[in-house]
Design a protein around this ligand. Structure first.
Ligand code: 5GP
Ligand code: ZN
Length: 113
């Protein structure tokens, strides 16, 4: 199974790593939509939120802990930031490996397009 984000996580494709631990891997988005735009992924391949299982609950919580840590490191925790998981094509998901977009560093409008 060829998965772009699995390849980045495994070092087979280039990526600008921001964070790595046993469960998670985070890297800079190649087309940033804000001064901070980081993708926070589980190392485990899960295609989308539609595919999560009860066993994944702790893992998903951990991804949010990673978002919090990076937001603090980047100085956007106070001003504010957004965490987004696009799910399936209608929401704009283009890579089928769960990733949280961590966006910040500029005012963010609501609702998103
Ligand atoms: P999605 O559209 O699935 O929610 O988000 C996929 C994200 O992955 C997009 O923001 C896109 O810019 C980013 N992306 C696509 N290909 C690559 C790549 O090869 N490297 C990195 N770092 N980001 C990528
Ligand atoms: Zn994958």
């Amino acid at each position: 199974m060829a998965c772009l984000f699995c390849n980045i996580i495994q070092g087979k494709s280039p990526g600008r790593k921001v964070h790595e631990d046993d469960l998670a891997y985070a890297f800079e988005d190649i087309h940033p939509q804000a001064p901070t735009h980081i993708l926070v992924c589980p190392k485990k391949h899960i295609a989308s939120l539609n595919d999560i299982q009860p066993d994944d609950t702790e893992l998903l919580g951990h991804l949010f802990q990673v978002c919090k840590k990076i937001a603090q490191e980047r100085g956007i925790a106070g001003p504010g930031y957004r965490v987004v998981a696009n799910t399936n094509r209608g929401a704009g998901q283009s890579v089928c490996h769960i990733h949280l977009h961590l966006l910040g560093g500029r005012p963010l409008q609501w609702p998103p397009g």
